[in-house]
Design a protein around this ligand. Sequence first.
Ligand code: IVH
Length: 670
Amino acid sequence: MSLFDTKQKMDALMAELNQHTYNYYVLAMPTIGDYEFDKKLEELALLEQAHPEYADPNSPTQRVGGDITKNFTTVKHKWAMLSLGNTYNEQDLRDFDERIKKAIGDNFEYVCELKFDGLSISLTFEDQKLVRAVTRGDGTKGDDVTSNVKTISNIPHRLKSNDAPSLFEIRGEIFMHRAAFERLNKEREELGEVGYANPRNFASGTIKMQNSKEVAKRPLDCFLYSLNTEKQYFRTHWESLQAIKSWGFHISEHTKLVNSIEEVLTFISYWQKERFNLSYDIDGIVIKVNSYAQQQELGFTAKSPRWAISYKYKAEEVETILEQVTYQVGRTGAVTPVANLKPVLLAGTTVKRATLHNANEIGRLDLHLGDHVFVEKGGEIIPKIISVNLEKRREDALPVIYPVTCPECGTTLLRKDGEVAFYCPNDEGCPPQIVGKIQHFISRKAMNIDGLGDETIETFYQKGLVQHISDLYTLHEKAEALKTLDRFGERSIENMLKGIELSKQMPFEKVLFGLGIRYVGETVARKLAMAVKDIDKLKEASLEELTAIDEIGARIAESILEYFSKPEHQHQINLLKVYGLQFQAEENTIPLQSDKLTGKTFVISGVFENHSREELKDLIESNGGKILSSISAKLNYLVAGDNMGPAKLEKANKLNVPLISEDNLLELLK
Ligand code: IVH
C-alpha cells in the first residue's frame, strides 16, 4: 500500500467507525454487526501500529474499554524529555561550536554519539530494580509501558552491582535491528498483514502493543545514553556512561570523546558511510558537551539543551533511468510491480531494482518508461523510487500501465474489497503460484526437506514432474525421468528421495504450516495443531469454534474455512494422508508450556551452575524458542555458561549478539 493510500484508508476507516459508534450510541440504530465492527476496528489498529505517524489521538481504537487497545497509564516525567536542535551541514555545526566557545571559552570536550533511529524511553530504577519505563510522549508526560519494556533482554530488571544510586533515571533509545525488521516484516506480508514502513515504526508499534506476550515475540534492543540523578555523582557525561555500563546497561561502543569540532566533523564523515555497515539504523550523530558543570552553564532553550545538537544525515539519493517494469506473482497470487533500473551505485551497493509496491504507486509517480527517476535508500534494504525528474521525460515516453491480466497465466486480475493489491485468482493453474506453494511446503520452516531447493522445484515443475505438493511423494516412481535432468546425479536423487521420505515424520504443525493457508503462519499453525489436534476436526470446525481458540481471530478463521471449502485442497490432503504424512498432533507431544520465547533463537554454550545443557535446551524449546547451532547476526541470544570458547565469545561480541546467563534465561520465562 502506498503511504498516501494508507493514510486515506485510515481516515476512511476512522470516519466509518465513528459513524457506526454514533449510530449505535446516539441514534440507537446500529447499521453494522458487532463482529463486522470489531474487524474494522482491528484493521485500523493494525494500520496505526504500522504507521503511528498517521494515528489520530482521537481514533476509535483509543477508546478505553475496547479490547484492541486501551490507553496506557500516563506518567509525568521527573525530568522533562527535551528534544535536540538539528543541523544538516558543516556550517551549522561550526556555528554551534562558536556559540559554545563564546559562552564557556575554549577548554571543553565533546562526546560524539550515534543518533539511533528508534523511540526514546525513560527507565526509572529504585533500589537496583526497574520500576517504570515511560515513553517520551509530549516531553512532560508519557505512556507507562513497563511490562512491554521488560521483554527487552538488554534491559536489566535488577542490577547486579550495588554501586548505582538508590534512585535514578536512565534514558535511551529502543530500536529493532534491520535483519529482524526485514524478517518479521516479510513474515507479516506473507501472511497478508500490513508491513511496517521501517524498523522505527515497527519498534514503536511494538512498544505500544497491549499484549506483552506479543511484544516478547518481536526482538527489540536498546542503547542507553543518559543518566539523571537527584545528586550529582559524576563530573562528566563520559564518566556517567562508563558507570552506566558497569551497572550492566547496554551502551554503544561507538561513542567517542573528542577535543575539537574538527574531530566531530571527522566522526560525522566516518559514520556517513560506515552507518550502512551497522546492523541498525541511525539517522545522524548527537554531539554533547562533556562536562556537567559546563552543560549547566550553557543551559536550555524552551525546547532543547544548548549544550547538545544533532547532525542529521540526508537519505542517500541518486538519479537513474527506469528501463522496464516487470510483475512478480507470489505464491498467494499477489502481483507486485518491480522497477528495473539502469544499474547505479547507491549507499555502497549497486542498485538494479526498486520496489513499486502496487498499482497505486505507479499512479502516484505517474511513471513512464525511460523516465529519469530519483532512487532513495532508507532503512530498508530494497530501495524505492521517490520521484520522477519530469524535465528529462521524452515527449514520446509511454506511460507504465498496470496489466489487467496475469502476466504469467493471462487470467483477469482481481482486487479484494478494501485491499490495494491486485491478485491472480487462478491458484490452481498459474505457474508461479503453483511453484511458490511447493517451495513454501519444502522450506526450512515448514517441512525442511533436505536435498530439495527452490530451483529444483522450478525445474521439476517445468519438466512436468510436480504440479501439486502431493506429487513430491511419488517422485520415487519417476527415477528414470529424474536421471535425465542436468546436474542431477544419482547421489543427489538419492539424497532428495531420502529427504522426502523423512519428511513424512514431520509433526502435524509443520505440515499444517506447509499447506500455505493464508494467514496461517508458523505460530498460528502450532496453536491450531495443539488446540484441534487433527486435520479432520480442523476441516469441520465452525467460525465460532475457530475463533474460540486462543489468538485465532476472525480473519484467520475465515481463511481456514475458505481453504477447506475448495475440493482440490481436500483432495490434496487425502493424498498426503495416504502417503503417510502426519495429520494428527502426536499424543506425547508436550504442549508448549508457553510461547514466551516464540520467534527467539538461542545458542547454548559453556557449562552451567544449575542446569545441564540438555535441560536448558528443553526449557527453551518447550517455551517456543529455537536452538541454533552457530552464531550469526540474526541470533537473538547466546546463553553463556562457564568455560565458553573465546572464539564464540568474540564472534558474539562482534555481531552484537546479547549474552545471557542461565538466570537471565529463567527471567525471560517468568
Ligand atoms: S540525547 C535533550 N542521544 O533523538 C535530548 N538522543 O532528537 C537528549 N536519540 O528524543 C537526547 N540517539 O529519542 C540523545 N545518542 C543519543 C540519541 C538520541 C537518538 C533520539 C532521542 C531524542 C531525539 C532527539
